[in-house]
Design a binder for this molecule. Structure first.
Ligand SMILES: *Cc1c(COP(=O)(O)O)cnc(C)c1O
Length: 376
């Protein structure tokens, strides 16, 4: 089965990881610091490495002070973690609809979803296309809220020349194997604001305070460290950080190859009236994680099954987050965000990863055309 996404591991990636196994540091050591510096160079702001994209969301919301009595506006066309991490901290999630072309949080819908208790507005770089950052920042900031960008799909992308990581108050990344670069499991929080970076670092490591000047009981002894705010252990090991730094050196090549494959699918399917190829807004230079094709004639499921039967591991991204029973049980109803629901009903992710060959792309596109009754 050809998967919809897959990591690309080179011999230099393998060497980078095995080299760490011979050192004193398996977990937090010099490779984490190096990876954070390498990420900061790509993202334009300081980065805090954590153990997953989900951990990054939890850490970012915690750094933003999200808690009970607060509302967090979230785009529903996403993996459930964008919403559940805020819910776990006790906030009420308010879903706001997406733009019908990109599937990204619509600034007008986000504005309409604001309440006096909104503290964070969370958009998602769906498929790798950056959020509509300028109006969304204005919507959030005018309400005294922070803008969070779930960039699990989009590290390495840019928006009007500015890198993902420099568009929002908080940006979260995922390094799961299907994403644009991998550390196996891993993620990061990126922010231009020193207090948010400090909050993220603290939450990642139990809230432990080691700096004597900041301690309440500095005379307790040289061994002493103390907790001022609750946190968890979300530390990314050196072993995985070394893989991350090695992968980052390949990010440009990954991004270029993903763009090539994207364009090849576009060209192969542009004349098929039953489908819609992915939109790209002016100013967006996406790091494409997904190729979200839309099937307009109601046959998405049949196409999905046809491709699976032919060994093509397609995927659907995503069921609207509030359709999950955990949200339905809280009273969220279908129909809430019509654009996201329509997008979901039509969407199918075709295989997209750097090692995919042109022949694979052509075979997938030919199967799509054949299924829809068009010549190859
Ligand atoms: C993958 C993903 C996450 C979660 O990342 P993990 O590393 O799998 O925990 C969060 N949000 C989006 C949009 C994702 O695609």
């Amino acid at each position: 089965m050809l998967p919809y996404g897959r990591q690309s591991i080179s011999s230099s990636d393998v060497e980078a990881v095995t080299a760490v196994l011979g050192t004193d540091w398996l977990t937090t050591g010099p490779a984490v610091t190096r990876f954070e510096d390498d990420l900061a160079a790509v993202c334009g702001n300081p980065a805090v490495a954590v153990t997953s994209g989900t951990a990054a969301l939890h850490v970012a919301y915690a750094a933003a002070g999200v808690g009970p009595g607060q509302d967090v506006v979230v785009a529903p066309l996403t993996f459930v973690a964008t919403a559940s991490a805020a819910a776990l901290l006790g906030a009420d999630v308010v879903f706001a609809d997406v733009s019908e072309d990109t599937g990204n949080l619509d600034p007008d819908a986000a504005k309409a979803a604001l309440t006096p208790n909104t503290t964070v507005v969370a958009g998602v770089d769906y498929a790798g296309h950056p959020i509509d950052a300028d109006p969304l920042r204005a919507v959030a900031h005018d309400a005294g809220a922070l803008l969070l960008e779930d960039a699990a799909h989009s590290v390495g992308g840019t928006w009007h020349g500015r890198p993902v990581g420099d568009l929002a108050d908080l940006t979260t990344l995922s390094f799961f194997p299907t994403k644009n670069l991998t550390t196996a499991e891993g993620g990061a929080v990126v922010s231009p604001r020193a207090e948010l970076v400090a909050g993220a670092r603290s939450f990642r490591n139990h809230g432990l305070v080691r700096d004597k000047d900041a301690q309440r009981f500095p005379d307790e002894g040289p061994w002493h460290q103390e907790v001022h705010a609750f946190g968890l252990n979300y530390r990314l090991p050196d072993l995985l950080a070394a893989l991350g730094s090695s992968q980052l050196r390949r990010l440009d090549a990954f991004r270029r190859r993903r763009a090539e494959i994207h364009a090849r699918y576009d060209a192969a399917l542009v004349d098929v009236p039953e489908v819609r190829t992915p939109a790209r807004r002016d100013g967006a230079d996406p790091a494409w994680h997904l190729y979200p094709l839309r099937v307009l004639d109601g046959r998405r499921r049949a196409l999905f099954e046809y491709l699976r039967d032919h060994g093509i591991g397609v995927q659907v991204n995503y069921v609207p987050a509030y359709w999950h029973p955990v949200f339905a049980d809280l009273g969220y109803r279908r129909g809430l965000c019509p654009n996201a629901e329509t997008y979901y009903a039509q969407q199918i992710s075709l295989p997209l990863f750097p090692d995919l060959t042109d022949a694979d792309v052509d075979r997938v596109a030919a199967l799509v055309r054949e299924f829809l009754g068009h010549s190859v």
